[in-house]
Ligand binder design. Structure first.
Ligand code: HMG
Ligand code: MG
Length: 290
C-alpha cells in the first residue's frame, strides 16, 4: 500500500564533499552530479559560494555549475552565506539558493562568524533580491537538537529561528541535526515546537548519522508529518578516520527505507547505486595501518 510521496533532497555533492580533505577534481564532481541527475531527484544541492579559505573543497563551485549537463525538471541549488555568495551563485546559474542559520549562538559564530541576529540581518537583503527575480530560497537551521559549542538546544530556540526564516520568505526550512545528537524523543519535541510556527509541509529533516540514529529520527519526523529529507549519496561527509562518525544519512539507505515503509520517492535504485559507488570512490581513503 502506498503511503504517498516522500522527497529526498540530495545534498551529497555539497554537504558530503565539503568535508572531504583530498582535493576532488571538478570533473569528478560533475560526473557524480550528472549521474544523480538521472536518478529522479527534483532538487540537488551541488555548490557553495563561501570563503574558499575556510572550505577549499567548494572553491570550484562556479565551474561545477557551468560544467554539469542539466536535466529537465531538476533544480540545482547552491549555498550562500552572504550577499557576495548570493551574487556569485546567481552569476553561476544556480536555480535556487540555500541560506544557513543556526539555532545556537556558538555554532553560528564558528560557522559564519556572526551571531544569529547578525546572520538574519545578512539574509534579509538576499531574500529581498531573490524575490525580485523569483529565485527560490531554502533556509537551513543548524544544531536543532544540540550544538558542539553550547550543548543542548531548546526547541523554542529552533522554532524562533525557523519562524524568522520562513517569515523572511524561505519556501522551505530544513532542520539540521548537525552533529547527529538527536533521538526520536528529542527530535519529536523539537518538531512539535517548530510545527506550531511553520507549516509542516514547509519543513525538511536534515539528519547527520554520526550516532547511527538518523533513520530512527526520520521515522519520528515522518510520524509528525515531515515528508522531505536531505540525504547524501554514499553517506558522504563525516570523517573516515573517526570510527563510528559518518556524514548525512545515505540516500540509498533512506530510499530503501522509505520504499519499504510504502512511500514513493520517484528515485531509480539502480542509478542511485551507481551514484553511491562513484561517491564512495571519492571518499578519502584511510591510511593503511602501520
Ligand atoms: P568573515 O571572515 O566574517 O567574512 O566570514 P568577511 O566578509 O570579513 O570576509 C573575509 C574573507 O572572506 C574576505 O576575503 C572575503 O572576500 C571572503 P579576504 O579579503 O580575507 O581574502 N568572502 C568570501 N569569499 C567567497 N565567497 C563568499 C565570501 N564572503 C566573504 N561568499 C563567511 C564570513 C560567512 C564568509 C565565512 O564564515 C564563511 O564562508 N563561512 C562558510 C562556512 C561553511 O561553508 N560552512 C559549511 C556549510 S553549513 C553546513 O554544512 C550545515 C548544513 O549542512 C546544515 C546542518 O547540517 O546543520 C547546511
Ligand atoms: Mg549538514
Amino acid at each position: 500500500m502506498s503511503l504517498g510521496n516522500c522527497e529526498i533532497y540530495e545534498v551529497g555533492p555539497r554537504d558530503g564533499l565539503q568535508n572531504e580533505k583530498r582535493e576532488i577534481p571538478v570533473r569528478d564532481k560533475i560526473a557524480l552530479i550528472d549521474c544523480l541527475s538521472r536518478a529522479g531527484f527534483n532538487r540537488i544541492e551541488i555548490a557553495s559560494f563561501v570563503s574558499p579559505k575556510l572550505v577549499p573543497q567548494m572553491a570550484g563551485s562556479g565551474e561545477v555549475l557551468a560544467g554539469i549537463s542539466r536535466a529537465a525538471g531538476v533544480r540545482y541549488a547552491a549555498l550562500a552565506p552572504n550577499m557576495q555568495g548570493y551574487k556569485d551563485a546567481c552569476r553561476a546559474g544556480a536555480d535556487e539558493i540555500a541560506i544557513f542559520a543556526s539555532a545556537s549562538e556558538g555554532f553560528s559564530k564558528a560557522n559564519i562568524n556572526a551571531s544569529i541576529a547578525e546572520s538574519l540581518e545578512r539574509f534579509a537583503p538576499i531574500l529581498e533580491e531573490a524575490r525580485h527575480i523569483d529565485l527560490p530560497v531554502r533556509g537551513y537551521v543548524s544544531c536543532v537538537v544540540a550544538c558542539p559549542y553550547d550543548g543542548a538546544v531548546a526547541p523554542a530556540q529552533v522554532a524562533e529561528v525557523a519562524d524568522k526564516l520562513f517569515a523572511m520568505g524561505c519556501y522551505e526550512v530544513s532542520l539540521g541535526d548537525t552533529i547527529g545528537a538527536g533521538t526520536p524523543d528529542s527530535v519529536a519535541r523539537m518538531l512539535l515546537a517548530v510545527r506550531d510556527v511553520v507549516p509542516v509541509g514547509r519543513l525538511a529533516g536534515h539528519f547527520h548519522d554520526t550516532n547511527g540514529r538518523a533513520i530512527e529520527n526520520i521515522d519520528a519526523s515522518l510520524s509528525l508529518g515531515v515528508r522531505v529529507f536531505d540525504a547524501a549519496v554514499g553517506g558522504l561527509g563525516g570523517c573516515p578516520f573517526a570510527p563510528g562518525a559518518s556524514g548525512n544519512v545515505a540516500t540509498e539507505t533512506l530510499a530503501r527505507h522509505l520504499a519499504a515503509l510504502g512511500y514513493e520517492t520517484g528515485l531509480d535504485p539502480e542509478v542511485i547505486a551507481e551514484a553511491a559507488a562513484l561517491a564512495q570512490a571519492m571518499r578519502t581513503q584511510p591510511e593503511p595501518a602501520h
